[in-house]
Design a binder for this molecule. Structure first.
Ligand code: ADP
Length: 549
C-alpha cells in the first residue's frame, strides 16, 4: 500500500465502504476528493464514477457471490472524464470467521500499454494486409513472367540465380546444376554475329552484374542439346541506397529471323554474283564492240585520208582544167569525205577514251588569243548563214596549260552546233572571263546563240553518246550526236566542267570552266595559230562538214 506501485483499496463487505486505500488507487480514479482522509468511509459508488452496471461492478458481485479471488486484465472503463482507461485489477475476499468481511482491491492503470499494443496490432494488421497484397502481386508477376515468350533470369547481386522462367529453362541447357549467372558458360558456347567467341566477362548478364546496362546483344548459342540465336539484354537493378540488388537478363529466340535474313542475304549475294557475271559479259561485249568500232574506224580512215589528199591534189594541180560543174562535184566530195572523217575521228576518240588510251597533252598557251583566233576563223561559215559572230574577253592575255588540239575541237564543236541550230540572221557570241569557283581560279568560256534552244528534259541526254534532241527536228542539219559527248569528256579530262543553260525558242549558252594552271614544260609560248594553222583549217573543215549552206 505504502509503496504505491499498484492502487490498493480495502472495502468492507457487503456495503462496500472504503476502509483503507493508498494514494495510487485514488489517483487512478476520477475522484474529486482524492485525499485519503476524505475518501475513507465513502462507498464504492461514490468513489468510482458511474460504478453501477460497469464491468467492475459485475466482477465485484461475482467475487462476493463465488467467494473466490478474481484477476482480470485490461478491463475497459469508459466513464471517466479523461476518456477510456484500461486496468489490470484483482479482487480478493478477506474472511473473518468463515464470512467475507472485506474485499481487497488492487488496480493498475495499463491504458498506455493497451493503447500501445492496440497500435502495434493495427500496424501488424496493415503489415499483414500489405504482405498479402505483395504476395498476390508476386503470384501475378510470377504468372506473367512464367508465361512470357521472353526468357527471363533474375539473379542477386552476387549472380546467384533467384528465378528462371519457363522460356529461360527451355532455352538453357538443363542437364547440369546452374547456381550462378554465367554457369552455363561451362557447357555452352556463345558467339557474336561475326562468329567470334564471346568471353565470359562479355556475357550480357556478367556485364550487368558489374553495373552496365546491356541492350540487344545478338548471340549465336551452341549448347550440347541445340544451337540457336538469341537477342539478350541485361540490366542491373539498384536499391534506394544505390546498391546493386538484382540483375535481370532477358532474351528471346531469334533463330527464325536470323535464318530468314541469312537466306535473303544469301539470295542477294547470288543475285549480285549473277548480276556481276551479266555485267562482266556485257562489259566484254561492249569492249568487243568498241574494238570492232575502232578497227572499222581505222579501216575507214585510211581510204578517207587518201581521198582527201587526192581532192587537195586535184584542187592544187588541176584547178584550171576543171569546169565549174566538176568543181562543184569536187566540193561535194570534199565536204562529204570530211563528214566521214569527222565521224571516224570522233568514234576513234570515244573508243580510245573508253579503253583508257586517251592522252592529254597540255602546253602553256595564251587562251585568250587562241580562242579569238578559233572564233574568228569560222566567221566565214557564220557569214554564209548571215549569222553575226562576235568574240569578247575581259582578259587581255592568259597563259595557261591547255591541250590546244582538244580545246580547238571543243570550241569548234560548240560553234558548229551554235551555227547549225541558229536560224539565219541571228547571232552567236563567244565570251571569255575569269571566275573563282570553290576558291579556285578558272577561265570561263561561253558560247551563246539565239537558236532553237534545248528542252529541259533533253539537257542531260545531249551529253550522252549519240544523244540528240530530236532526230527529225534537227534534220535541218546533219549530225551524229557524238560531238557533245566527246566535248564533255575532253573538258573533264582537262580538269574542267561543262554546263548548259537553254530555253526553247530563245537560245542556248554552253559554259566551259577550265582551271588556270600552268604546266611544267620546255615552255613554248608560240603563237598557236601559226603552229596549228594547217590543223585548224583541217579541223574546221571537218567540224563544219555537216552543215550545208
Ligand atoms: P550532233 O550535232 O552531231 O548531232 P552533238 O553531240 O554535237 O551532236 O549535239 C547533240 C544534240 O544536241 C544535237 O543533235 C542537238 O539536238 C542538240 N544541240 C547541241 N547544240 C545545240 C544548240 N546550240 N542549240 C540547240 N540544240 C543543240
Amino acid at each position: 500500500m505504502i509503496d504505491n506501485i499498484v492502487g490498493v483499496a480495502i472495502y468492507s463487505v457487503p456495503d462496500l465502504i472504503m476502509v483503507k486505500v493508498n494514494q495510487k488507487y485514488l489517483d487512478f480514479h476520477d475522484f474529486p476528493y482524492n485525499q485519503m482522509e476524505t475518501s475513507i468511509g465513502l462507498s464504492i459508488r461514490e468513489i468510482v464514477t458511474g460504478y453501477t452496471g460497469t464491468e467492475s461492478d459485475a466482477i465485484t458481485r461475482t467475487v462476493l457471490k463465488t467467494q473466490k479471488s478474481s484477476y482480470r486484465k485490461e478491463i475497459k472503463f469508459e466513464r471517466f472524464e479523461r476518456g477510456i482507461t484500461y486496468w489490470d485489477t484483482t479482487r480478493t475476499p478477506i474472511f473473518e470467521s468463515g464470512k467475507i468481511k472485506y474485499m481487497l482491491l488492487t488496480t493498475s492503470d495499463v491504458t498506455e500499454r493497451v493503447l500501445k499494443n492496440q497500435r502495434i496490432e493495427r500496424q501488424n494488421k496493415v503489415i499483414e494486409q500489405q504482405k498479402e497484397q505483395l504476395e498476390q502481386k508476386n503470384t501475378q508477376l510470377n504468372g506473367i513472367l512464367e508465361n512470357l515468350s521472353e526468357g527471363v533470369i533474375l539473379s542477386d547481386h552476387e549472380g546467384k540465380y533467384i528465378m528462371r522462367n519457363k522460356e529461360a529453362r527451355n532455352l538453357i541447357y538443363q542437364s547440369e546444376e546452374l547456381i550462378d549467372l554465367g554457369d552455363s558458360f561451362n557447357t555452352t558456347k556463345y558467339f557474336d554475329m561475326e562468329g567470334n567467341r564471346i568471353s565470359f566477362e562479355n556475357l550480357p548478364g556478367i556485364r550487368a552484374l558489374k553495373g552496365e546496362i546491356v541492350k540487344n546483344v545478338k548471340m549465336h548459342v551452341i549448347n550440347p542439346e541445340k544451337e540457336y540465336f538469341i537477342n539478350n539484354s541485361a540490366i542491373p537493378i539498384h536499391n534506394t541506397k544505390g546498391e546493386l540488388t538484382t540483375v535481370v537478363s532477358c532474351f528471346h529466340d531469334i533463330t527464325d529471323i536470323i535464318q530468314q535474313s541469312n537466306k535473303i542475304e544469301h539470295q542477294n549475294k547470288e543475285l549480285l554474283i549473277a548480276e556481276k557475271e551479266k555485267n562482266e559479259i556485257l562489259k566484254r561485249e561492249i569492249e568487243m564492240k568498241d574494238e570492232f568500232l575502232s578497227l572499222i574506224s581505222h579501216e575507214f580512215r585510211t581510204p578517207l585520208t587518201v581521198i582527201n589528199s587526192a581532192i587537195q591534189a586535184m584542187e592544187l594541180i588541176c584547178k584550171n582544167e576543171l569546169s565549174d560543174k566538176a568543181k562543184g562535184f569536187l566540193n561535194k566530195i570534199r565536204q562529204n569525205s570530211n563528214r566521214q572523217l569527222k565521224l571516224v575521228n570522233n568514234l576513234l576518240d570515244i573508243t580510245r577514251m573508253n579503253a583508257g588510251h586517251f592522252k592529254i597533252n597540255k602546253t602553256n598557251i595564251d587562251i585568250v588569243l587562241f580562242t579569238r583566233s578559233i572564233a574568228e576563223s569560222i566567221t566565214i561559215f557564220a557569214e554564209q548563214k548571215r549569222i553575226k559572230l562576235s568574240f569578247s574577253s575581259t582578259l587581255k592575255k592568259k597563259i595557261m596549260g591547255v591541250d590546244d588540239e582538244k580545246y580547238e575541237r571543243i570550241l569548234l564543236n560548240l560553234l558548229s552546233n551554235a551555227i547549225k541550230f541558229t536560224p539565219e540572221g541571228q547571232s552567236v557570241t563567244v565570251k571569255l572571263f575569269q571566275k573563282i569557283v570553290n576558291g579556285k581560279r578558272m577561265v570561263c568560256i561561253q558560247v551563246k546563240d539565239n537558236g532553237i534552244g534545248i528542252p529541259d528534259e533533253k539537257k542531260e541526254l545531249i551529253f550522252e553518246r549519240f544523244g540528240q534532241v530530236d532526230t527529225y527536228r534537227t534534220r535541218q542539219a546533219e549530225g551524229t550526236g557524238i560531238g557533245l559527248h566527246l566535248v564533255k569528256m575532253f573538258v573533264e579530262v582537262m580538269g574542267g566542267e561543262i554546263g548548259l543553260e537553254s530555253e526553247v525558242g530563245k537560245g542556248s549558252v554552253f559554259t566551259i570552266l577550265l582551271p588556270i594552271e600552268k604546266v611544267k614544260e620546255i615552255s613554248i609560248e608560240k603563237m598557236p595559230v601559226e603552229i596549228t594553222n594547217q590543223r585548224l583549217i583541217q579541223a574546221k573543215a571537218i567540224e563544219f562538214s555537216d552543215i550545208y549552206f
